[in-house]
Design a protein around this ligand. Structure first.
Ligand code: SF4
Length: 264
């Protein structure tokens, strides 16, 4: 791993004077979303870290599509992963090395949603474990959190060939799984990383450069969940300007501040 970009990210935070100041930031409330009225329940103990994602298992039904009832009826994340791990609903399924379900705290308050697995993720069966994942980890740490305090998932669970963007048909074939994950986790805030989750999950086709940093929301189940759109870490690594780094940092601070407010 070339450490230079990550060190530069840290240097940028220091230049901006933002390291260690996360809790001092006063959140600007999303316009149309109220924090949950109920007292947040104590979260269960963190699950032990998983060295690898859900291993591939051949589908048991001839079409490779888990029944919708099995998805909707999954009582927890483990049951959902078990139900869908053999999925061949879209053309990405046959090409995967490993199924990348997602990982993190089962009741995370902050959830990240990216586009889809890349090469490293496909090999390991875990989301965001390549260079972009290392940068995301640093961002989370800079917020005063640990990766395992959050939940990280993608719009599609199988790697698109050559890391291309999933087609709308592929994304929509997989979207029900992500939505059920969100229902089970009940995050206070979702941070979408890049244009694809914004388009497929939230239904917005505006350019990410124009819309990033502006609160949106998505209805999942009976909840309206605030959404903070920001750049994908891979884009940050490609466009490694202070302007881009500052923008992402401001977006993440806003998301974290809203999580704190919703949890207080
Ligand atoms: S990307 Fe999603 S819908 Fe397509 S085969 Fe994989 S799990 Fe199934």
């Amino acid at each position: 791993m070339d450490a230079t970009p990550l060190q530069a990210w840290r240097d940028t935070l220091q230049e901006l004077g933002v390291l260690g100041l996360v809790r001092e930031a006063q959140p600007q409330a999303p316009p149309a979303v109220q924090p949950p009225a109920r007292k947040v329940e104590a979260r269960p103990a963190l699950p032990p870290p998983k060295p690898a994602g859900v291993a591939y298992a051949p589908p048991t039904d001839p079409l490779g599509c888990p029944p919708d009832a099995a998805v909707a009826g999954a009582a927890d994340l483990a049951a959902l992963a078990q139900a869908i791990q053999g999925c061949l609903r879209c053309p990405l399924g046959p090409g995967r090395m490993r199924f990348v379900f997602g990982e993190g705290h089962p009741r995370a308050r902050l959830m990240f949603v990216g586009e889809g697995p890349g090469r490293d993720e496909d090999l390991q069966g875990r989301p965001f474990v390549g260079k972009a994942g290392e940068l995301l980890d640093r961002m989370i740490e800079a917020l005063g959190l640990r990766r395992e305090d959050t939940y990280i998932a993608n719009v599609v669970k199988c790697r698109p060939p050559d890391n291309r963007t999933p087609t709308p048909d592929e994304a929509r074939a997989c979207l029900g799984y992500l939505r059920r994950q969100i229902e089970l986790i009940q995050p206070a805030v979702i941070v979408t990383l890049g244009a694809t989750p914004l388009r497929e999950l939230v239904g917005l086709t505006d350019g990410i450069t124009r819309i990033r940093g502006q609160w949106r929301q998505v209805k999942v189940g009976d909840r309206d969940i605030p959404v903070m759109p920001t750049f994908h870490p891979a884009y940050v690594l490609r466009q490694y300007t202070q302007e881009v780094r500052r923008a992402v940092w401001e977006d993440l601070k806003a998301a974290k501040a809203w999580v704190d407010k919703a949890s207080s």
